[in-house]
Design a protein around this ligand. Structure first.
Ligand SMILES: [Zn+2]
Length: 319
């Protein structure tokens, strides 16, 4: 069986033909052009899907279904993107629009959720029933897999883990609330903290590693400076790990999963992140005498979006 998975991103959409072992056989991308009307984006997405099928030398009849991972809150039952702030979409009937061009079953879910699905079945969580994947990137995305199935709540917004509130009256979040986890534990938050630190401590290696330009500070710059023994960077990174820990503690207290998988830009720090994170979680865990979730790095990288989306089309993973 073959499926097409589409990873709809803010700048580009990526599609791939995926087999039922979670392997991408052929892939293609196209700019999203997110400022355009959704009908135009959907028409381009349909073109991308048809072109990747053709590129692999397949016929439309070889494909069992299409899956789409989209930012925002997604209602798969009705084929609607309820809202996706990045795109300015509100109740967009993406499935029916695509079906004007493609006569195949089409499934949809949130992008972080499908990445979590792929990681929990074919990536770091292979063989694990209950896994929660955190994508630490521009925002902080959550993918909740319970008993091998996607959990996205009763109103399709149940995996917005980035908006757990970790600081009462904290930083303003794009969602309208204050103190959301995303404002402290996304890659963007780490970069912002690095920029703030070099204003106060311009001699920090963070600025040196960014070529003297605060706008060039990345998560990696901060990590490298901390690894090189820079105290300012170490403090910024420590505080980041602290906030990451606090959200993870809440997740463990709510779900007690077998595994927590860390993906996205910041996960590139590898053991430099994982080791202090695991130690801190251990310090703050509620039931100290019991085992707790294994914290692992994601393994599929950007492919998780395409693979997880394609997995939706097997129709095996919805509750
Ligand atoms: Zn928020």
């Amino acid at each position: 069986m073959l499926y097409v998975g589409v990873d709809l991103g803010g700048t580009k959409m990526a599609a791939g033909v995926v087999n039922d072992e979670g392997r991408i056989l052929v892939r293609d991308t196209m700019p999203t052009g997110r400022e355009r009307p959704f009908e135009v984006i959907a028409a381009d997405m349909a073109k991308l899907i048809l072109s990747v099928i053709q590129k692999g030398g397949y016929a439309i009849d070889d494909i069992s279904g299409i899956g789409i991972g989209s930012p925002g809150a997604i209602d798969n039952t009705n084929g609607i993107v309820i809202f996706a702030n990045n795109f300015g979409w509100h109740n967009v009937p993406l499935r029916s629009e695509l079906q004007k061009y493609i006569d195949l079953p089409i499934y949809m879910e949130n992008d972080a959720t499908v990445a979590g699905l792929a990681e929990s079945v074919y990536g770091a969580g292979k063989g694990v029933k209950n896994a929660i994947t955190l994508t630490l990137g521009t925002g902080l995305g959550g993918g909740i897999i319970i008993n091998g199935h996607i959990y996205s709540g009763s109103h399709h917004v149940g995996s917005e883990l980035g908006h757990l509130i970790v600081e009462i009256n904290g930083r303003q979040c794009t969602c309208g609330n204050r103190g959301c986890w995303e404002q402290y534990a996304s890659a963007t938050a780490l970069i912002t903290a690095g920029k703030e630190a070099v204003l106060k401590y311009p001699d920090s290696l963070i600025l040196k590693f960014a070529g003297g330009d605060p706008e060039k500070i990345t998560a990696k710059t901060i990590e490298d400076a901390a690894r090189a023994g820079d105290n300012v960077a170490a403090e910024v990174f420590d505080e980041y790990v602290y906030y990451l820990t606090m959200g993870i503690i809440s997740i463990i207290n709510a779900f007690d999963p077998e595994m927590i998988i860390i993906g996205g830009g910041v996960s590139g720090a590898g053991d430099f992140l994982l080791k202090p994170l695991t130690e801190k979680v251990k310090e703050h865990i509620f039931y100290k005498e019991l085992d707790f979730a294994d914290i692992r790095l994601a393994e599929l990288g950007n492919d998780a979006g395409i693979i997880g989306a394609a997995m939706l089309a097997t129709d095996k993973y919805f509750i």
